[in-house]
Ligand binder design. Structure first.
Ligand code: SF4
Ligand code: SF4
Length: 443
């Protein structure tokens, strides 16, 4: 903290009322957050082949994602996606700081949306502060009430949208029309809606500072070349509007706007802080002040502590390479997974038995999972002999009990069955038990 820094006399006992400021970084934030919001709110309305485009069906243990059908066992396929995402996050964080926090984290996106609504309904920061001080008119008080209603409506819409990924809107609406208000669904709407209202409307920066684990392990990823929002103290200090006794001052006029616009209510001039989410609202604000004063912009800017060449940033490129490998693997795994999953198990009650026609019989259960988006007919063959048939709807699982017979002198310990589905087939090896052969041999 600079020796001559002082805390701006802002609204200490009053709630922090964020002032929104236009600028290029706000434009960037909107360019990221509006499409994310649109994706979140519109996806439940989309359909794919007559079904919801995204439906995480917990009851059936099926996940429908834009025509892709996944089951819990496929979560293994998501492992490289998660590893790749973690390395991608390390890469981005090491290169450009908390971009995720400042631009795309739902906490930030919803908080800025709530602040935007607050300003649109209640008026400027000064008007809101007057109301906080008990100096507002009746109309302003009414506007504050309207703001809470609008916030609650947005929180409710958020909760219903979040739930509709698990309980499609069409199903839900059909149930509601029949008077069936699912207690589970209603409880989740209340929980998600309340949390949205509290987090974005009230807790805000406290979530980033005290609850979010990501902000805690940032320092592991940062190095001296990481771009983060910094205040140029050399240029800005000593700060002030007018030097006493003609003292030469730095470029910071101590207007306090950088603090007023900060969603986490910190003063970036105190140095890097864990609460700073790198949203650059203070950069936009200070640049605007500098332009008004005809001074160069960049007193607060995205800057690294030191500049190294690309070749010296081996750890950064290591993260990038690891993320790329993981994503390539993630894309290739689904292509390698079969359309039909087959497994088999021996009937433990009847390991083997002698048949009236003097053959030995082993019994098995063959389980088939149709992972295709279309119905299939599966036929199980022992050589050319059909042992059973299953008609499976898309995503359905089925099982068939089969018996395999062999002559008493059959010596192999394994038999193979052929599972035909459409023009494709798979071969499954089964362990075969024939204790009668030893009896035959000893005779
Ligand atoms: S906005 Fe810029 S000039 Fe104003 S107090 Fe912050 S750093 Fe100083
Ligand atoms: S200090 Fe600046 S960059 Fe950091 S959270 Fe506050 S406004 Fe955003």
């Amino acid at each position: 903290m600079p020796s001559n820094s002082r805390v701006i006399a802002t609204d200490a006992p009053l709630p922090h009322r964020v002032r929104l400021f236009a600028g290029r970084f706000r434009n960037w934030r909107r360019a990221v957050s509006w499409p994310l919001l649109a994706f979140f709110f519109l996806t439940p309305w989309l359909s794919w082949n007559g079904e919801p485009a995204v439906f995480l069906d917990i009851n059936q243990k099926e996940f429908h994602i834009f025509g892709w059908l996944l089951w819990p066992e496929d979560l293994l396929l998501l492992t490289p996606v998660m590893i790749g995402s973690a390395f991608a996050l390390f890469f981005v964080s090491m290169y450009a700081g908390r971009l995720w926090c400042g631009y795309s984290c739902p906490q930030t996106v919803w908080t800025f949306l709530f602040i935007w609504l607050e300003e649109k309904i209640e008026g400027s920061r000064n008007q809101r502060r007057k109301l906080d001080q008990g100096k507002g008119s009746g109309l302003q008080k009414l506007r504050r009430g309207v703001k809470y209603v609008v916030w609650a409506a947005l929180a409710l819409a958020t909760a219903i949208t979040a739930l509709s990924y698990f309980y499609p809107l069409a199903h839900w609406w059909a149930d509601v029309k029949q008077g069936d208000f699912s207690a589970v669904a209603t409880t989740w709407v209340v929980i998600i809606g309340s949390l949205t209202f509290l987090n974005a409307g009230w807790l805000r920066e406290r979530v980033c500072t005290h609850m979010c684990p990501y902000s805690r392990f940032q320092s592991v990823m940062f190095d001296t070349q990481t771009y983060t929002v910094r205040y140029n103290a050399e240029r800005g200090e000593p700060r002030g509007k007018k030097g006493a006794n003609g003292e030469a001052l730095g470029d910071c006029v101590d207007c306090g706007v950088c603090v007023q616009v900060c969603p986490t209510n910190i003063d970036i001039r105190d140095g890097l802080q864990i609460a700073c989410i790198d949203c650059a609202a203070c950069v936009d604000a200070c640049d605007s002040i500098m332009e008004t004063l005809n001074r160069p912009t960049g007193l607060i800017a995205y800057e690294p502590e030191e500049q190294l060449t690309a070749a010296q940033r081996w750890r950064l490129w290591g993260y990038g390479a690891a993320a790329s490998v993981a994503f390539v693997l993630a894309m290739s795994l689904p292509m390698m997974s079969p359309d039909i999953d087959i497994s088999s198990e021996r009937d433990r009650q009847r390991m083997y038995q002698l048949t009236p026609s003097d053959t030995v019989e082993n019994n098995y259960t063959v389980k088939v999972h149709n992972r295709k988006q279309e119905a299939v007919t599966v036929v199980i063959f022992d050589g050319e002999q059909s042992l059973g048939e299953m008609h499976l709807q898309p995503g359905a699982r089925g099982s068939a009990d089969i018996a395999i017979e062999r002559d008493l002198d059959f010596a192999d310990e394994q038999v193979s069955i052929r599972i035909q589905h459409g023009d494709q087939q798979a071969v499954e090896q089964l362990k075969f038990m024939n204790p009668y052969r030893r009896t035959l041999a000893s005779n």
